[in-house]
Design a protein around this ligand. Structure first.
Ligand SMILES: Nc1nc2c(c(=O)[nH]1)N[C@H]1C(S)=C(S)[C@@H](COP(=O)(O)O)O[C@H]1N2
Ligand SMILES: [Mo]
Length: 201
């Protein structure tokens, strides 16, 4: 069989394209396939499995409830106000993200620091984050350490109303990571109001 120069070139191009395809699809799915660090457990509108709304959160300035399971190293029920969140070391970063054309600057404490503050005796591994609209995810602690999400209190220096995805919006310095666009979006909960902390199973 004769195999001309252009045949060889065509074959090489085909191999290159297949290789690239495999490389990109692998990269895309790696985040969630090996070890699902982030799992959506409740879509907006699902009423099953809704966390109980804490009456304490209605009090002035009370923004975030942290529920500790038995032996998690966290008290059963802690309610944090804005000042307590502002008293923790503040992180500020500018990043592009899905919900804005221009990069924006986010400020707030690291989620990890919030957990350390509430649970000095840290033994937790599994987190369950929940928002006012019912959206919820399970999050493994390694994802928190890897992507360094903050509990943002301000965007471009301004506090957020509930209608602007406030009062608390989980945001990560996305531009620091070489990851596919939107691949961490499910971590970026807005209207965050409750964190449940569980000991590893
Ligand atoms: N409070 C809240 N945060 C949320 C969500 C939500 O429905 N409610 N959806 C999450 C998911 S799964 C993704 S992909 C993006 C979706 O944002 P979009 O609905 O604006 O596309 O936000 C994340 N944060
Ligand atoms: Mo999503």
């Amino acid at each position: 069989m004769k195999f001309g120069k252009s045949g060889v070139l065509g074959l090489l191009t085909l191999l290159l394209l297949i290789g690239l395809g495999i490389f990109f699809s692998k990269n895309y799915f790696r985040l969630f396939s090996d070890d699902p660090m982030i799992v959506i457990t409740n879509q907006v509108g699902d009423t099953a499995n809704m966390g109980r709304a804490s009456p304490k959160l209605n009090e002035q300035g009370m923004l975030l409830e942290v529920l500790g399971s038995k032996d998690s190293g966290c008290p059963p029920d802690t309610v944090l106000n804005e000042q307590q969140l502002l008293n923790l070391p503040q992180q500020t970063f500018k990043t592009s993200h899905t919900w804005s054309k221009e990069p924006q600057t986010f400020s707030g404490p690291l989620l990890e620091d919030v957990l350390k503050y509430v649970c000095p005796d840290k033994k937790f591994i599994k987190l369950h984050l929940r928002a006012l609209d019912g959206y919820a995810i399970d999050l493994n602690f390694p994802a928190v350490q890897k992507y360094r999400p903050i509990v943002a209190l301000t965007v471009n220096g301004e506090g957020m109303k509930i209608r602007d995805k406030g009062h608390l919006w989980v945001m990560a310095p996305l531009d620091d990571f070489n990851i596919p666009e939107r691949s961490l979006d499910e971590l970026l909960i807005w209207q965050l109001n409750q964190i449940s902390v569980n000991l590893t199973e």
